[in-house]
Design a binder for this molecule. Structure first.
Ligand SMILES: *Cc1c(COP(=O)(O)O)cnc(C)c1O
Length: 425
């Protein structure tokens, strides 16, 4: 065959996971080991000095983790990736690589509640300051920039509101400011949206959600777009300056378009330690083989459920960008043409009380704090995932008192609708 570019489903099955070179095993084994034997002293010293790539110790690198990273890199169209213990660990390592104490970054308020907490509280103790903006107002993002700004952070599809962010517009602002755009692509997955193609520089995921897809393993990943010049401004010293823990090595100069992923691994992961367990990497790899099939069916089901809710007299509004009359429909068609994801919110006319009653009455749907399972899930964010937020933050995050969040699964859609019907009634 000529140089055919493999399609998404082919990559989801084959990228990163060639037969095991040691045994021929077709499925990537779970390399359940902490450490790897060196060939000789020279090999060991080359590995430690980053003169050669290879396995040393599972906190830093492991072949099962490496297979997962290869698959994600191919699906997102990046240059390299780093898998981590969770989505939050991925975010921690990204900012650890970019930020110095006293620095600022701009994030939009339309984010997963856990990220709002991480940014506003825990990051403060590192001296990293978040400045909030509004994803629907590009002017507010520009206004939030200052000479201390080191990055801009958005979600492609925002959790829980299901809103679509205009990635290319934010990327243009980031480019002008000379800072990288980081996109959390958890709810879209690369099947629906590839942020690097729209000008993003770094993509992060919670692999815990749709990527693994079966609700059985925690994981996260950082994808290096290889498209940001870390040395130009001198404002990213971990990448551009001689590194004291590697005998003065300059990471960007040495590793070029994979320098960011390397820095996250050999500085962040090495020293902060949130490595993914090989078993979890294996389970997520298996889940990712069917990513395209699952996402398409879950989006199709979500659209049917959203249409049904829209016509339900007890429902006051439905926020799903897949609906033709939704205010984010045009953005959804631009960034997620195959479907607007499977997580969305709706409001009940009965407010807070009706929301609590509905989540208490479902039988098929699971009432829990996760999204992206094969099963359909339901939650009332104001009393759970977003309960640490103030009333103002709740509203801005799309998690007001009457809001119910759904993550639609792979069941027969008639069964999902029947369960919601009895619960809402
Ligand atoms: C769940 C989630 C995270 C955090 O990921 P964990 O794997 O739970 O640490 C980050 N962003 C989004 C959009 C999420 O849904």
């Amino acid at each position: 065959m000529a140089d055919r570019k493999p399609g998404f489903d082919t990559l989801a099955l084959h990228a990163g996971t060639a037969p095991d070179p040691a045994t021929g095993a077709r499925i990537t084994p779970i390399y359940q080991t902490t450490s790897f034997v060196f060939n000789d002293v020279q090999h060991a010293s080359d590995l430690f000095a980053l003169r050669a790539f290879g396995n040393i110790y599972t906190r830093i690198m492991n072949p099962t983790q490496g297979a997962l990273e290869g698959k994600v890199t191919a699906l997102e169209g990046g240059t390299a990736s780093l898998a981590t213990a969770s989505g939050h660990a991925a975010q921690l390592l990204v900012f650890h690589t970019i930020m110095q104490p006293g620095d600022e970054f701009v994030a939009v308020r339309q984010l997963y509640g856990g990220s709002i907490n991480q940014f506003s509280h825990s990051f403060k103790s590192f001296g990293w300051h978040v400045v909030w903006a509004d994803a629907e107002d590009m002017g507010s993002i520009e206004k939030a920039l200052s000479p201390k700004t080191k990055a801009i952070f958005i979600e492609s599809i925002a959790n829980p509101g299901g809103r679509i962010t205009d990635i290319a517009a934010v990327a243009a602002i980031a480019r002008k400011a000379g800072v990288p755009l980081i996109v959390d692509n958890t709810l879209a997955t690369p099947y629906l949206c590839r942020p690097l193609e729209h000008g993003a520089n770094i993509v992060v995921h919670s692999l815990t959600k749709f990527m693994g897809g079966h609700g059985n393993s925690m994981g996260g990943v950082i994808v290096d777009g290889g498209n940001f010049d870390w040395s130009k401004s001198g404002r990213y010293p971990l990448l551009s300056e001689p590194n004291g823990s590697y005998h003065g090595l300059k990471l960007h100069e040495t590793f070029g378009n994979i320098a960011f992923a390397i820095a996250c691994r050999v500085l962040g992961l090495r020293d902060l330690g949130p490595a993914i367990a090989p078993l979890n990497a294996f389970l997520i790899l298996t889940g990712m083989e069917t990513l395209g099939l699952r996402m398409q069916r879950q989006c199709d089901n979500a659209l049917k459920v959203a249409q049904w809710l829209k016509n339900n007299p007890r429902v006051s509004w439905v926020n799903y960008a897949g609906l033709a009359d939704d205010k984010h429909h045009a953005l959804a068609q631009k960034y997620c043409p195959r479907g607007a994801g499977a997580v969305f919110t709706f409001g009940l006319k009965g407010g807070h009380e009706a929301g609590v009653k509905t989540v208490s009455s479902v039988k098929l749907l699971s009432h829990l704090a996760n999204v992206g399972d094969t099963r359909s899930l339901i939650i009332h964010p104001a009393s759970t995932t977003h309960s640490q937020l103030s009333a103002d933050q709740l509203k801005l995050a799309g998690a007001g008192p009457d809001v119910v969040r759904l993550s639609i699964g792979l069941e027969n859609v008639e069964d999902i609708i029947a369960d919601l019907d009895q619960a809402i009634s």
